[in-house]
Design a binder for this molecule. Structure first.
Ligand code: ADP
Ligand code: MG
Length: 252
């Protein structure tokens, strides 16, 4: 602060800005009034204003993580109708929302035909991870492969892998709508190998694991990828009907 004479209030505002205590700056007047009205002691006052700042920081971090995750839709478990999809084990899905798979660096593969809720469930787990201050990235398999190709052409693939390695939970949607050549297959393999036992993946696919050779150039390559992917993995099969055509068949 320069030598100009400041009032106490001006100094408080300046210091809180300078020290980047944004939430405290916005709320300290209320906290002071609350403390006076409720005759709160010095220690409890300190406790309250620290909580204000900490909670504000957490919320801002969660907002940042949710934005950075680039979810296509904001779908949560609360809006998932388990009565419609009877084949799903509710307890298992709820357990995955508790994120212990993430702490154990395990993967999830959601397999099933279109419209059964694979992306909904993957997104909902991802949102929970963001709320628990984890870094998440949602991407379609096609976009991911395209991005890797662009980075490889620029000679920057290592840079991309480095930034992806900082993501706690990478969600790759619609693996199965891909046909990979040798080069792209090698990039996917590198990605899976890099994440193996270090961070988690959620993959959604319409292809049963036994048919993954349709994505890769050979059964051998598919096996090499699946080997790492399924070693510590929750494989959830959803054989049900599409929610998108729910009720529509009757009209047809
Ligand atoms: P998939 O990824 O398996 O093709 P989605 O998760 O995209 O299917 O689901 C298609 C649409 O139907 C989405 O809008 C999703 O929110 C909704 N949906 C799917 N299953 C359910 C369900 N059991 N309860 C509520 N909405 C569902
Ligand atoms: Mg989907």
């Amino acid at each position: 602060m320069n030598s100009k004479i400041y009032t106490n209030n001006e100094y408080i505002d300046w210091a809180l800005t300078h020290l980047k205590l944004q939430d405290l700056k916005e709320n300290y007047e209320n906290e002071i009034n609350f403390a006076i009205e409720n005759n709160i002691g010095y220690r409890n006052f300190l406790l309250n204003i620290l909580k204000v700042e900490e909670e504000g920081r957490n919320n801002r971090l969660i907002d940042r993580n949710l934005k950075a995750a680039r979810f296509e839709n904001f779908k949560t478990i609360e809006s998932f109708d388990f009565n419609f999809q009877k084949s799903i084990n509710i307890d298992k899905i709820k357990d995955l929302h508790n994120l212990s798979f993430l702490n154990k660096k395990e993967n999830i593969i959601l397999i099933g035909p279109p419209g059964v809720g694979k992306t909904h469930i993957a997104t909902s787990i991802g949102i929970n991870a963001c709320k628990n201050k984890k870094k998440v990235l949602f991407t379609s398999a096609i976009d991911l492969v395209e991005k890797m190709s662009i980075y490889q052409k620029k000679g920057d693939l290592k840079k991309l892998f480095k930034s992806l390695s900082k993501i706690d939970l990478l969600i790759i949607d619609e693996m199965g709508h891909l046909v990979l050549d040798k080069e792209k297959e090698s990039m996917i393999f590198q990605l899976i190998r890099q994440r193996y036992e270090k961070n988690s993946l959620i993959i959604t696919t319409n292809l049963p694991l036994g048919e993954w050779d349709k994505i890769f150039t050979s059964i051998l390559s598919a096996t090499a990828v699946l080997d790492r992917l399924v070693h510590h993995c929750h494989v959830i099969s959803i054989p049900g009907d599409s929610y998108r055509v729910k009720g529509k068949q009757k009209e047809m």
